[in-house]
Design a protein around this ligand. Structure first.
Ligand code: CTP
Ligand code: CA
Length: 226
């Protein structure tokens, strides 16, 4: 039987997508950040909306335009993202967590610009909440999809995160590869599922990968309803 993604296959579904990196302020002019541009998450949000889902996109700072039909909530820090995500969680059918969330933030944010002096400057960093871990702990009906950005031992680390965060599947990539990860329009991933299955995907455009991820999400939603 032929299947067309254009047939509004996610109509009636509510999907939360997070995208881009968080920024953790050090003072009024500086922050700790990371290299995520948000492209992968924005492609997922755009494709989910094309398939008829009601999409909320919680996005860190990025110049990327809001995809058609998507409700966007802008956030800056990991704690902002935590609050925005949990404000929406109960009513969602699925969460796709493509954001690169800072694991640590400066222990203090200076009220005024930090002035340089001759010696070293030591920063103390404190742990941010692990948003996806908490979503996993509080999961009821939702399908949870994570990403894993690794530079080594990809399968081992990704499977560990899949289990620890109580995910349905995780999309893992080696960000040390030239055509995968940050700042490029392509990605090369493996997907690991809670039932033990694993898939190797070829290098492809992030827009195409968004389609693959949503195909897997649709299967997971269907299995849940059976
Ligand atoms: N994540 C999150 N909140 C955090 C850190 C990560 O929600 N504070 C989510 C990311 O959005 C991603 C997944 O967890 O979907 C994995 O992120 P990653 O940085 O690869 O893993 P960590 O669990 O943070 O472990 P580490 O950075 O030590 O590899
Ligand atoms: Ca991390």
């Amino acid at each position: 039987e032929a299947y067309f993604a254009s047939a509004q296959s996610l109509a009636g579904r509510r999907i939360l997508v997070t995208a881009a990196g968080t920024e953790e302020p050090l003072d009024p002019v500086r922050y700790l950040g990371n290299r995520s541009t948000g492209r992968m998450g924005f492609e997922v949000a755009a494709e989910a909306a094309r398939r008829g889902a009601e999409v909320v996109l919680v996005a860190g700072p990025t110049p990327i335009a809001t995809p058609a039909g998507v409700r966007r909530v802008n956030v800056r820090s990991a704690r902002d993202m935590h609050a925005a995500v949990f404000a929406e969680y109960d009513s969602m059918d699925a969460v796709i967590k493509a954001a690169a969330v800072a694991d640590y933030r400066p222990a203090e944010t200076a009220e005024h610009k930090i002035k340089k002096s001759d010696g070293e400057l030591t920063l103390t960093l404190t742990r941010n909440p692990d948003i996806l871990y908490e979503l996993g702990q509080k999961k009821r009906h939702q399908i949870l999809v994570g990403f894993a950005a690794e530079t080594q031992n990809v399968a081992e680390y990704a499977r560990g995160k899949l289990a620890k965060k109580n995910l349905d599947f995780i999309v893992a990539n080696n960000v040390a590869e030239k055509d995968a990860g940050f700042g490029v329009p392509t990605n090369h991933v493996q997907i690991f599922f809670a039932d033990g299955r694993a898939e190797d995907h070829p290098l492809m455009a992030k827009s195409a990968l968004a389609g693959v991820i949503l195909d897997r999400l649709e299967e997971a939603l269907k299995n849940k309803n059976e």
